[in-house]
Ligand binder design. Structure first.
Ligand code: ADP
Ligand code: ASP
Ligand code: MG
Length: 416
């Protein structure tokens, strides 16, 4: 029997009526002759609520208990989806991560897949069950504890199941009808794409476009899983939505294909650190050990002071990791492995990025980007580039304006 993976995000299972709507889509695919693995998220808002409870209980929480709490949202929707399908006479059974089992590493709150044995689900399909409803976002560590895959992780669960079970396609049902040139909530000029290359989607996701979790795109690319994003609120067929595919399957060739943003960033500067071999390792080692996801890094030009060279070191990280980052730096200073005069935190920054594989062969994108931002009087605090993207850190209050200005200057509303 051909197998399809269908993933429903939080807004698509936000209440019982929406679960019923999603179940209707599953029922239609079963009627078309597919066995279906359904991956569900928690009801919208639920994971945020659970994270909030954890943070209120313990500021520097134990990640094992964070996972125990936040994984529970998906268990509820998996059971409710299976019950809803049963009410529609579709033979369905729910599965939590440990029951499959979804084996992951023990990196709590950001675990990675190790393997998904097929035996248990295959046995149920062989018994005549048509649908396995799997709780997304969660797994099982080698120590036998519940893990989670990082926010947005149900997308990655879906792709991992599609790869493990040889699905004909992985359909990600969500609250937009596809992948757009930028978040359609930021500008109504955003244009829906029929197709997007894996590489571009990988960059857009990692730069903040949360429509797909970055690792889901990575996995789909590696295991050649046809991946599609489409609406759970509209009638859909096999041509709906946006297909994420190989570069050579795409006709469109814009230099910049999308604009992404990440709202909740922070910039931390260590003022007057010694400029000596090993200083970067002495700063970023403890940050990594503390679980801080450092993104952009800038080291100032060295100056001479008190007989030695000193510099300022600036880095960015998610704003909710500032507490951990500060503590890691203060501990390193107290232990004598680094020294600095001041630690300045700017918690009101956002990152805006332009992405496009055409940048590999076109010069001038950075100049155009900086011109658009200067015309809007937006000051750039940090710049980072790679082969197919340029990112800037700016004041958060200008984020929407910057996205709109960049979308305009690169004429992304036009198909070509
Ligand atoms: P789900 O709960 O279904 O996983 P998410 O909220 O995680 O949904 O992702 C869908 C959201 O991603 C959309 O509502 C949209 O606001 C946002 N988004 C950001 N960038 C894009 C983009 N380039 N194209 C489409 N949606 C985007
Ligand atoms: N419920 C989890 C989250 O909100 C996982 C997901 O929806 O993909 O991050
Ligand atoms: Mg999501």
């Amino acid at each position: 029997m051909p197998l399809l993976v269908m993933k429903f995000g939080g807004t698509s299972v936000a209440d019982l009526a929406r679960i019923k709507n999603a179940a209707g889509k599953v029922q239609r695919e079963v009627a078309r002759g597919y066995d279906v693995i359904v991956i569900v998220s928690a009801m919208s808002g639920k994971t945020n609520e659970l994270v909030g409870w954890v943070e209120q209980t313990s500021a520097l929480y134990d990640a094992r208990e964070y996972d125990a709490v936040v994984a529970s949202g998906e268990n509820v929707t998996a059971g409710l989806m299976a019950l809803t399908l049963q009410e529609m006479d579709v033979p369905a059974r729910s599965w939590q991560g440990w029951q499959v089992p979804i084996n992951t590493t023990s990196a709590h709150a950001s675990a990675r897949f190790v393997g998904i044995p097929r035996t248990n689900l295959d046995a149920k399909f062989a018994e005549g069950f048509k649908v396995a409803v799997v709780a997304g976002f969660q797994g099982l560590s080698p120590e036998g504890r519940v893990t989670t895959l990082g926010r947005g992780g149900s997308d990655t669960t879906a792709v991992a199941f599609a790869a493990a079970f040889g699905a004909v396609r992985c359909d990600i049902y969500t609250d937009v009808d596809g992948i757009y040139t930028t978040d359609p909530r930021i500008t109504d000029k955003a244009r829906k794409l029929d197709r997007i290359a894996f590489e571009e989607m990988l960059e857009l996701s990692s730069l903040g476009a949360k429509v797909l979790q970055t690792r889901s795109v990575e996995l789909a690319m590696r295991f050649k899983v046809p991946l599609r994003v489409l609406s759970s609120f509209e009638d859909t067929d096999e041509h709906s939505g946006t297909l994420v595919c190989d570069e050579d399957e795409i006709m469109e060739s814009k230099v910049v294909s999308g604009v992404a943003y990440s709202r909740d960033e922070a910039k931390i500067t260590l003022v007057t650190v010694e400029d000596r071999p090993g200083i970067a390792a002495a700063i970023f080692g403890p940050l990594s050990d503390a679980g801080v996801n450092v993104d952009m890094i800038v080291q100032n030009i060295s100056e001479k002071a008190n007989g030695g060279a000193v510099t300022d070191m600036t880095f960015s990280c998610p704003v909710n990791q500032v507490g951990r980052a500060k503590k890691a730096m203060e501990d390193a200073k107290a232990a004598g492995s680094i020294n600095y005069h001041d630690l300045n935190v700017d918690s009101d920054v956002a990152k805006v990025s332009v992405v496009g594989i055409g940048m590999r062969s076109h010069a001038g994108v950075a100049a155009t980007m900086f011109k658009a931002l200067s015309q809007e009087n937006v000051n750039i605090k940090v710049i980072a580039t790679s082969e197919i993207k340029i990112s800037v850190l700016i004041d958060r209050k200008y984020m929407e304006l910057a996205v709109q200005a960049l979308h305009d200057i690169f004429e992304l509303e036009k198909a070509d």
